[in-house]
Design a protein around this ligand. Structure first.
Ligand SMILES: Cc1cc2nc3c(=O)[nH]c(=O)nc-3n(C[C@H](O)[C@H](O)[C@H](O)COP(=O)(O)O)c2cc1C
Length: 199
């Protein structure tokens, strides 16, 4: 089982990085292979909305997504971690998500409407943090994650949302969230649903 970590923050070593590191530690402890993609490091252009993938299921753009698509395909579980930027995931990871349109196109080409009601490619999880504590803080990010995993033919299987963390080190003040991340990683390695938690 491959558990793929998608690091969505432009800030190295920040809150979501630390939570996802902890989650993948949990996955590795359960014997899973783990791989990491850092959105801040890869060169991924936005979707062109050219319709090319609609015909073939394959994106026409040949950038770092050429190496990322096979990992999205191979992973039995994906854990995406993203800070809230203006109520959304940051642009760097949003580019990867938008390029998931090719995966959605492939799903449309290969599965019937009935078959698309179920997911056969594993489980997807979300870790997200934000500085404020508003009621709707994670609404948009949650929807983005849910429909990204839908495109990838994966069940949306758990979320860990942490409010009120801003500085890089703030997450160390929420040890229960770090513990929950570790458990999420373990569950991902076991192909199980995780909790839906808000701190
Ligand atoms: C460009 C930008 C936009 C942000 N927008 C929001 C926001 O809309 N709501 C919020 O609560 N926090 C916002 N934040 C704060 C981050 O979500 C918060 O500091 C987060 O914990 C950072 O996670 P990281 O350390 O993993 O990058 C924003 C930060 C930046 C840099």
């Amino acid at each position: 089982m491959l558990v793929l970590g998608l690091y969505g923050s432009p800030r190295k070593g920040g809150n979501t990085d630390q939570l996802l590191d902890k989650a993948l530690e949990g996955s590795a402890a359960e014997g899973a292979q783990t791989k990491r993609i850092y959105a801040r490091r890869v060169k991924v252009a936005g979707c062109l909305e050219c319709g090319g993938c609609g015909k073939t299921g394959v994106c026409v753009q040949k950038d770092d997504m050429v190496d990322i698509y096979p990992l999205l395909e191979e992973a039995g579980a994906i854990i995406m971690a993203a800070p809230v930027f203006f109520y959304s995931p940051p642009a760097q990871i949003k580019a990867i998500i938008d390029r998931g349109q090719a995966c959605w196109a492939m799903r449309l080409l290969t599965k019937t409407r009935e078959q698309r009601k179920t997911y056969n490619s594993g489980m997807g999880y979300l870790i997200a943090t934000g500085a404020t504590k508003g009621k709707k803080l994670f609404d948009c990010t949650k929807l983005v994650a849910r429909y990204f995993y839908d495109a990838l033919d994966m069940d949306y299987a758990g979320e860990l949302l942490v409010r009120g963390v801003e500085k890089k080190t703030d997450i160390s003040q929420v040890p229960e969230a770090m513990d929950a991340a570790y458990k999420m990683g373990m569950r991902a390695a076991m192909g199980q649903k995780s909790d839906f938690l808000l701190f």
